[in-house]
Design a protein. Structure first.
Length: 151
């Protein structure tokens, strides 16, 4: 199963009128575990699409900092690195959005050429050891997105 999780439209790609779509349903595979996995894979593939957009404008991505409520999900932790194709760092739970905004504000006000240090205490790092599986998931997601939305 593949979930295109565009429940309120999508920004990457630009599909503001899109609706969520569950693809590949059959009587034999539409069970709770498969739907749950499709939801996690769809969420991560959507984030990976955003990362691809950053790469397309020359941003080099070295790793991913996984934060927020979803980052506490074992499924998200296990699938993120293979789908992103990058190491995924899981820090101690904290208010990282607020800290990031404060860091940007401090940098802007300082006039320095580099942002202030932001030490992290990683709990764990997940390496993309199973990159083939991640590539297969991304390819299937892309095929279904192309078939349903033409992008």
């Amino acid at each position: 199963l593949t979930l295109l999780p565009y429940l309120d439209g999508e920004r990457t790609p630009n599909l503001p009128a899109a609706a969520g779509t569950l693809c590949g349903m059959r009587r034999t595979n539409t069970v709770a575990a498969n739907v749950a996995r499709a939801a996690v894979e769809g969420l991560l593939c959507g984030l990976a699409d955003g990362m691809d957009s950053l790469r397309s404008i020359g941003v080099e991505l070295r790793d991913v900092l996984l934060v927020g409520g979803g980052s506490q999900s074992m499924a998200v932790q296990q699938l993120a690195a293979p789908i992103f194709g990058l190491p995924v760092i899981l820090p101690e739970p904290a208010e990282y959005v607020a800290r990031g905004a404060a860091r940007q504000a401090a940098w802007s006000l300082s006039g320095d050429s580099a942002p202030p240090e932001w030490p992290l205490s990683p709990v764990s790092t997940h390496e993309p050891a199973d990159a083939d599986t991640g590539a297969d998931v991304r390819a299937q997601y892309s095929r279904h997105r192309q078939a349903v939305f033409g992008v």
